[in-house]
Design a protein around this ligand. Structure first.
Ligand SMILES: [Fe+2]
Length: 143
């Protein structure tokens, strides 16, 4: 497994090396701490509601000529979205490089997002979902 570095300011995780500045909150490199336990083990109790499920499709209805849709939900049994227990964000990585964060509030939406991936990107897509109570959980998919 790659080394993981966690931003103390916003909880963002970077793989392999700490960046000069946090891609999410802008905190400097010295705010990153290496943490081998930054994500929960995939077999840990509660995995059914926390390990992200990734579905890769071959096309996109919005951007037909250069896009593949990726559907992500947190948990094979969808995680609760309640005021005291919810998925705060979903972070996306392509070949260990951070791509995007989807911030979430619990009131109106499911713990799920649709991603629009440029075609021609191959390798590994990584998703980290973060629960306010139970921490960060990770899944990988081949793209
Ligand atoms: Fe949770």
């Amino acid at each position: 497994m790659s080394k993981m570095f966690v931003c103390k300011m916003c909880g963002h995780i970077e793989f392999d090396n700490a960046p000069d500045r946090c891609s999410v909150c802008g905190a400097p490199k010295n705010q990153f701490q290496e943490d081998a336990d930054a994500v929960m083990p995939s077999g840990k109790e509660g995995k059914e509601k926390h390990v992200p499920v990734i579905v890769v499709t071959d096309s996109c209805g919005l951007i037909p000529d250069d896009c593949r849709d990726i559907h992500v939900k947190v948990g094979s049994v969808p995680h609760p979205m309640a005021d005291d227990h919810w998925i705060m964000w979903i972070d996306v990585y392509v070949n260990n490089a951070y791509s995007s964060r989807y911030l979430m509030t619990p009131q109106n939406i499911q713990p799920a997002v649709g991603l629009h991936l440029k075609t021609g990107k191959t390798g590994t897509l990584t998703i980290i979902g973060h629960c306010n109570k139970h921490g960060s959980w990770k899944s990988d998919a081949s793209i």
